[in-house]
Write a protein that binds this ligand. Sequence first.
Ligand code: NAG
Ligand code: NAG
Ligand code: NAG
Ligand code: NAG
Length: 739
Amino acid sequence: MGLFRPAVFLTILTLSSTINAGKCPKPCRCDDAKRTVACVGKNLTEIPLGVGEPTLKLDLKRNNLQMLPRGAFLHTPHLTHLSLQRCGVVMVKEGAFRGLGRVVYLNLAYNKIDILYQESFDGLSALKELRLDHNLIEEIRPGAFAQLGFLNTLTLAHNHLVYIPDMAFQGLQNTKWLRLSFNSLNNLAAEAFAGLFTLRRLSLDHNELQFFPTQTMTRLPEVKRLELSYNPMTYLEEESVWMGKLTHLYLDHSSLQDLSDQAFSQAGLLVHVDLGHNQLRCLEPLSGPAKLSVLNLTGNPIHCNCRVRRLKEWATAGGVELLGACAGPAHLSDEPLQAVTSMDLRCRGGAEALEEQEGESDGNITATAKPKQTAKCPLDCECDTEAHHASCESRGLNKVPRGFPLRTQLLNLRGNHFHFIPARSFLGAGHVASLHLDFCKIHEIEAGAFRPMRNLVYLYLSDNDLTSLEPKALAGLPQLVYLHLEGNRLTQFPGAALSLVPNLSVLHLERNAISRLEPAGLLASAAPSLMKLYLRGNAIGGIAKGALNSANIETLHLDANRLTRVPSDALTDTPNLVELSLSQNPVRWLGPETFQETSHRLQRLYMNQMGLEEMSKEALLGLGPHLKVLTVRGNQLKTLPDLSPLSGLEMIDLRDNPLVCDRDLLPLRRWMERVKSDVLATCRHPLELKGQKVMDTNVFATCPESTASPTEMDPAGRAAAGLQSARAKTKARKARSTQ
Ligand SMILES: *[C@@H]1O[C@H](CO)[C@@H](O)[C@H](O)[C@H]1NC(C)=O
Ligand SMILES: *[C@@H]1O[C@H](CO)[C@@H](O)[C@H](O)[C@H]1NC(C)=O
Ligand SMILES: *[C@@H]1O[C@H](CO)[C@@H](O)[C@H](O)[C@H]1NC(C)=O
Ligand SMILES: *[C@@H]1O[C@H](CO)[C@@H](O)[C@H](O)[C@H]1NC(C)=O
């Protein structure tokens, strides 16, 4: 079969140019006048042969193609519309669409594609609309869309994306609308949307974003409409939305409990903000958007008391239409916000707002009939029952106060002088999700200190005086996910204590005095779900094999320690490592296969300011195409090993190295030309090139490359060769100019 195909293929090519139209592949329907061919729902397993060369529209939907091979459409170069939805396509091979330079519309929806490879869409240089919705896409490889410079609309809704990496959409310089709705996105890299210079509309609704992706969004200068509905965001902090041209923002059906009045202060052109169906009980007047005309608060439990009065007055003064209705108190319930007057928005008694709030939070509306006692709050503290925050920051307290409002979720006690935290210090704080005990001079925490805090997710114990952690100190915290212990004096990894917090995922231990990480699978048993471990600024001089034994660790920061070699042995136990920082450790030399056994998922490797003098040619072996970022800034490197196996590299920082721009650097320079990404590197030698960007120097053109050269040189030999080669080059240049 395979043998005969090329022959058939050729025959058709020649026939079609002479006979032209008139013929129609067997299972298809053809309209010669309109130049359309439709083979819909025919169970075809291959692209039908014999589709006439002049065809403009080819409709192949509802077939069973499975795979689109390279050059699948080479014989129909005039196509403008191609429909391939519901074709069971699992894979689009690189170059599948080569030769389709006139296609403006391509539909690949409802297939089973899981990865978008680089060059999957090469050849579609006129494409305006690409539909990839309802597939199984979980990964977008860099460069997947690089050739689609005219694409207007890209639809990736209803896929399985969890994360968008840096530069995922590079090349889409005319795209106006990007649809990423109905995925599982919980994380967007800071540069995820870099290069989308003309994007006007971005749809990110129905995802898993827990925070407004402020930094990522600042890369979208032209976006006017942003759809973020149905994401589990709970809070918008000040300056969350930093988007100068945004006019329409949709944040409805999220889990917003509160937002800063400054949340939109950097989005001055907002006209329409939809905050419908959240958990907002009250809202401060919003700073920033002077032209706001609609603020939709439909479906929020707005409690129409004196605290809403300011909002109402601000809206009236600024001509903002407030949509939604009061949820309480009883006599105003269901009253449209637009209809209530500031006169209606009252609280009773002196400490009116708080009091009202307490009554309401019991859901007991009859309580409005008689005055209630003032909300409870310990002396010296402030309790905001609206936001469920309580704070006694920097009050000189030496004992943890009691008696916070029952529903307090954030308890801020930082900057006090507790010294010692005895058992059961937080009785009645069962709703607290975030506890701040940083800068409290704590040197001891008794077993069971946090015992009833079954909802605690964030615990800040940073910048205290802890030298060790009692094994039962963290008992009773089943939900703890984030633990901050940085800036203490811990001398050992607190493994035993961590075994009681099974959900711990992010652990900060920077700026302690840990000198060694010991084996015995401490991490695996101690913190089975740990994903991010930060150990910057300790005194770690060695990491025993087995000490990092953790299948889940993705981020490991070991920078600013005392490692003199890369702990290759220990790194064999972290199969899922994605980010590793080794910067500022005194590692002078990277031997062969330093990273051979390290995770093949490693994407980011930081090795700045280590005094690194030499890398073996094989030093980076084993770091495959997954590696995206490599930084070796501020070292003593004169040259680099060949980077070509790192085919996925997107960013490399070589600044502040005494690079010798000669033949040895040629592979790097070639690689730079190929990837066309911004490589941060300047030449130090030879003298005439000092300070020039490696990319800008054209001296490489004159390198006598073919000249036999000792390629396998020892480090000392190579350094010497580096000095030699400047002279060699000058010679070469002279030789050329005389030719
Ligand atoms: C397509 O193939 C499937 C099984 O391979 C068969 O059940 C179905 O009837 C076929 N449909 C058509 C339209 O031929
Ligand atoms: C306000 O939000 C509600 C509920 O989300 C929606 O039905 C309504 O259309 C929105 N109104 C405007 C003017 O956007
Ligand atoms: C409200 O409070 C009153 C008096 O304390 C009590 O009798 C009543 O059952 C409460 N109602 C509700 C709905 O909780
Ligand atoms: C803690 O772990 C349990 C079980 O794995 C899970 O159901 C729960 O959602 C986790 N809690 C948090 C806050 O992640």
